[in-house]
Design a protein around this ligand. Structure first.
Ligand SMILES: C[S@@+](CC[C@H](N)C(=O)[O-])C[C@H]1O[C@@H](n2cnc3c(N)ncnc32)[C@H](O)[C@@H]1O
Length: 311
């Protein structure tokens, strides 16, 4: 059973390409949902403290009746874009249509100039943005973010130390910048959804007995050169992984159903039992997964992902 007419025909999908996106892992995760969810197809309360591109959220919204959702992420640009689509999807669609129309008319060289022009405008906006109060400027900024995400090299969202977007231009023959239908589906999927730009620990305010909680934190880097954790200015180090494990235990005591994914350090070092120790006493499984976002194509290959559950 689904929430609305449109999604009977087409499911909503992530509107941004996001590093660590979980599209590859959807069925591994779905088969591990609690039995009562699989049987009833109903999720009363869903909480996702590291929502990113939201691959799992959109999948669940299209295939289950998800009554109330709470999505958090520490990245203010990402949450801004979600809120704009939640509130003003028609305005952002029309802005993106204009941007797309103008961009695709240009030659390759002028597209490149246009990309850097918009990237500069996006970075200059940073100083004047009020992240706390919803305003018209958010609509343009969210449209720029989507444009940059669809046209940048490798589809990565990466900020430098000053919070500036610094990914170079990517060469795409026909980038789809405005997917109007999906923006509408995303808008519909975001009904009955609370969005919050905050640290994962704030998710505790929304987690109750029987809530379903999916946790997909930034990976513990597989290699010292991997920049998987650079989603925002703040990194996510081993101390954060330890705090997250403590949070997991606390939420377990509340009686919620927790499912967490992470990189498996045993891919690199079979003796690395960091997560086995952190989550000892819980159900830990290793499943094959393919990582897409890697600047070096030679390093893209099959590796295991960890799935931890408290049920
Ligand atoms: C692996 S990604 C999630 C990917 C998501 N499952 C998807 O399918 O796109 C991790 C996310 O955690 C966010 N993040 C990093 N540190 C955080 C923190 N302390 N609290 C909440 N979110 C955080 C990042 O901005 C990023 O979007």
């Amino acid at each position: 059973m689904v929430n609305n007419e449109l999604s009977k025909f087409k499911p909503a999908k992530p509107f941004l390409k996001w590093a660590g996106g979980k599209t590859q892992l959807i069925f591994q995760l779905e088969s591990r949902l609690p039995d009562y969810v699989l049987d009833s197809k109903v999720i009363e309360r869903y909480v996702e403290p590291f929502v990113g591109g939201g691959a799992i959220f959109f999948f669940l919204k299209s295939n289950y009746l998800v009554k109330n959702s709470f999505l958090l992420d520490v990245n203010p640009e990402l949450i801004m874009a979600y809120k704009v689509i939640q509130k003003d999807h028609l305005k952002i669609s029309s802005l993106l249509n204009e941007i797309e129309y103008e961009h695709l008319q240009k030659s390759e060289d002028s597209r490149k100039r246009n990309y850097y022009f918009i990237r500069d405008a996006y970075n200059e906006q940073l100083a004047q943005i009020d992240y706390d109060v919803y305003n018209e400027q958010w609509i343009q900024r969210a449209a720029y973010l989507i444009f940059l995400n669809k046209t940048c090299y490798n589809g990565l969202f990466r900020l430098n130390r000053n919070g500036k977007f610094n990914v170079p231009f990517g060469r795409y023959r026909n980038p789809s910048i405005c997917d109007e239908v999906n923006i509408k589906l995303v808008h519909q999927a975001l009904k009955n959804t609370k969005l919050l730009c905050a640290d994962f620990s704030r998710a505790g305010e929304f987690i109750e007995k029987d809530s379903l909680v999916y946790l997909d934190p930034p990976y513990r880097p597989l290699s010292s050169t991997s920049y998987f954790t650079n989603y925002s200015r703040q990194g996510f180090d081993e101390q954060d992984q330890i705090k997250l494990a403590q949070f997991f235990k606390k939420m377990d005591k509340k009686g919620s159903h927790l499912i967490l994914s992470n990189s498996d350090p045993k891919n690199r070092d079979p003796n690395d039992d960091f997560f086995d120790r952190l989550y000892s006493g819980y159900k830990i499984e290793r499943v094959p997964a393919k990582r897409n976002i890697n600047a070096n194509p030679n390093k893209r290959g099959p590796i295991n992902e960890l799935i931890v559950r408290n049920y």
